[in-house]
Design a protein around this ligand. Structure first.
Ligand code: ZN
Ligand code: ZN
Length: 123
């Protein structure tokens, strides 16, 4: 009798749908919530899972945030929980920079603005 034991990383999409304001690019975006965990494989069958971490991926710019663990658990267990910016910690920035340029005067602006503070142009 012998045992085949291994450890690998699993990932599961939690099918959570919500629209959250992205802290990276400032737009409101749909998110994808997934959980990443380590799992012990016994004869190639996952048995124990531990070290769960929850991540949110923004559809807008591809930024990835780690979600507060308690919130992640609640959502995984089917409870309604709203994800707020306080629950998120940026782990990987998106492909869009947080800085944009005004079409009218060409100055560097933060994406959070909806009007250029220098010339009043709508962004
Ligand atoms: Zn974004
Ligand atoms: Zn301007």
């Amino acid at each position: 009798m012998f045992f085949v034991i291994g450890i690998n990383q699993g990932q599961k999409d939690l099918n959570y749908s919500a629209v959250i304001r992205c802290g990276s690019c400032g737009s409101y975006s749909r998110v994808q919530l997934f959980v990443v965990y380590s799992q012990l494989l016994l004869f190639f069958i996952p048995t124990i899972r531990w070290g769960k971490r929850y991540y949110v991926k923004m559809a807008c710019c591809g930024s990835v945030y780690e979600l507060a663990r308690e919130k992640g658990k609640q959502i995984e267990n089917g409870m309604t929980a709203d994800i707020t910016p306080d629950d998120l910690v940026l782990v990987q920035g998106g492909r869009q920079a947080s800085v944009i340029y005004c079409n009218n005067c060409g100055r560097e602006l933060d994406r959070a603005y909806s009007f250029c503070p220098y010339c009043g142009e709508k962004i």
